[in-house]
Design a protein around this ligand. Structure first.
Ligand SMILES: C[S@@+](CC[C@H](N)C(=O)[O-])C[C@H]1O[C@@H](n2cnc3c(N)ncnc32)[C@H](O)[C@@H]1O
Length: 305
């Protein structure tokens, strides 16, 4: 049979698609799904260490995508209550802080920790190893987890359709453009089982660090703009008086989307979710850099009918 180069490329594409649909989105040249043991081996190979916490207890990410919060907020707590004993997915779960709490709560929870940056996942496995070595968690906890490197905005990274009973998306959606947010919500809908729930927390414009953006945001809201919190760059609005030098270095160079209850409700309802709650909430920790007036976070809890 005369197979041309073009056909070989098609066969390769077909192979990738079948792999994505049958198990997880594995690339021919590298597996992006990791068991606990594989993630731990990668952590050692790359000599990765958990970062040193900031003064407020937050752990900065390695890819300029914010920091991991030390104290769980309302959406995280609601997710943790709901997640007990279920098959759950966390998007942008970074170093696995919420995962570790979920493992402490139940031996029956099946936890998939996913993130854009695989180094975060490897460090999460190391943190889990430490908890098991110190007998804080049972050795079998490792069997409850898997790690997936994936970009939630990319169609080709979406597999495990209709698998999860609950999904947590903590402080991730504000790193997306309005178009990426729309696609992401479609993906979240696909990943959830019917009657499954989604728990979201994101940053609003009502934060000390970027408070000079508030008048512009409110002007856009008044003008009826669809995505009033979207900015091409955070730099023009950065309040350097409340941001340390090392925090400044870790701010994304990409566009940013300050979210609010109306924008979140609208995009989730448009994509088929039944919104249970969508409200602004205060921070769960003390912060001179972020705390403003009790509307710093927006949370959304919704169900797939
Ligand atoms: C601010 S951290 C949040 C960590 C944790 N969820 C929390 O609430 O403390 C944001 C995380 O989202 C991840 N992230 C950003 N964009 C993403 C995307 N498109 N797909 C998957 N993860 C993403 C980053 O790599 C980072 O680890």
């Amino acid at each position: 049979m005369n197979i041309m180069v073009k056909d070989l490329a098609k066969i390769r594409m077909l192979f990738v698609t079948v792999m994505c649909l049958s198990h997880v989105c594995a690339e021919p040249d590298g597996n992006r799904v990791f068991t606990y043991e594989q993630a731990l081996a990668k952590c050692d190979e790359l000599d990765l260490k958990p970062p040193v916490p900031d003064a407020d207890g937050r752990l900065q990410t390695l890819n300029k995508r914010g920091a991991v919060t030390a104290t769980p907020d309302y959406a995280t707590l609601e997710f943790l209550k709901y997640a007990k004993g279920k098959s759950v997915l966390e998007i942008g779960g970074a170093y696995g802080s919420v995962m570790l709490t979920a493992l402490h709560q139940s031996k029956d929870t099946k936890y998939t920790l996913s993130d854009l940056d695989e180094r975060h996942l490897f460090i999460a496995s190391k943190r889990l190893a430490k908890e098991m070595q110190e007998n804080k968690l049972d050795i079998d906890s490792a069997k409850q987890v898997q790690f997936i490197q994936a970009d939630i905005t990319k169609d080709q990274d979406i597999s495990n359709i209709s698998t999860y009973e609950a999904i947590f998306v903590g402080r991730v959606l504000h790193y997306l453009t309005p178009e990426q947010l729309e696609v992401t919500v479609k993906h979240l809908f696909l990943l959830l089982k019917p009657a499954g729930r989604i728990f979201v927390v994101a940053i609003t414009p009502y934060v000390k660090r970027y408070e000079s953006f508030i008048p512009e945001y409110e002007r856009r809201v008044g003008a009826g703009e669809k995505n009033p919190g979207f900015v091409q760059s955070l730099q023009p609005y950065l309040n350097r008086d409340v941001t340390t030098e090392s925090q400044c270095k870790n701010i994304t160079d990409d566009p940013f989307f300050f979210l609010d209850d109306k924008v979140l409700r609208s995009v989730f309802e448009k994509n088929g979710f039944r919104v249970i709650e969508s409200t602004m909430k205060p921070l769960s920790y003390v912060s001179t850099s972020w705390a403003l007036d009790g509307r710093e976070n927006v949370i959304l809890i919704a169900e797939k009918p």
